[in-house]
Write a protein that binds this ligand. Sequence first.
Ligand SMILES: [Zn+2]
Length: 326
Amino acid sequence: MTFQSIPKVELHLHLEGAADPDFVRQIATEKKIDVSGVFDETGSYKYKDFAEFLSVYEGATKALKTPEDYARLTRSVLENCAENGVIYAEAFLSPDFMGQCDMVAWREYLAATIEAAGAAERDLGITMRGIVTCVRHFGPDQARISAKCAAEVAGDWVVGFGMGGAENAHSAVDFAYAFDIAREAGLRLTSHAGEWCGATEVADTLRDLRVERIGHGVQSIDDPKLIEQIVEQGIVLEVCPGSNVALGVVPNWASHPIERLRAAGVKVTVSTDDPPFFHTTMTHEFEMLNRTFDWGDAEFSQVNHTAIDAAFCDADTRANIKARLD
Ligand SMILES: [Zn+2]
């Protein structure tokens, strides 16, 4: 079995962030929208740091203007995932980008996305579920609106609620109300924390938002007490090593804490975050984990099983995916 053909489960993938530059250029050309500012001379996404990454990300989404665009985006992203052996993916969806939080538009964008995901499941054998995310730097009021959009569509396909964006904007507790709305609608919860800000941000997020998974969470490594708590509570980390290296959260692969976290008993999983932005794929992540930490079949099987156990899908879907992992 090659790194590419190992069946994989991915829990942390931003739908727009997974858009190929070629795909964005194609859509933009058709609509005569100028997105040249988001690309460098080689045609890749252009950013120097995390702040610029966020603005380029938002710039690229400007080309995506209709439910049909999101259907095509979903197809394109799932083709890339399936090509890298991913059989189950949870993708982050933002009502802020999909219909600008207008409830009627949001439902149309979502319906088109779900239909495209269903077709990809039949054609490519990859299952997708959605996690609605609010954008932290858009603020708590906007997050509440996103949470209401999420609550309206909670069910078999939209299975979770989360938060991404700039981690240093506001405090976790400011978003408690939005997370309460989602929790009451039956959605499972995750939030980015401990990517840029320290272990304290992870502790605050666990306490104030009561999430069961943390996006990244790698800075937890600095706080042994927090690690103990994470292990005890069975909190799952959606770790994206290639993203962390590309954005400079850690200086290189060798210094990435994923193996230290795993060795400490933390439930770690592996994802790509925004793969074309970070020049990565799930195949590349597995290859680098093998090269850097000597991970083999046992470790890959462990992270895949941790991921499907922590997936927000229903029991039947989980059982089907598990059967394909073994
Ligand atoms: Zn992310």
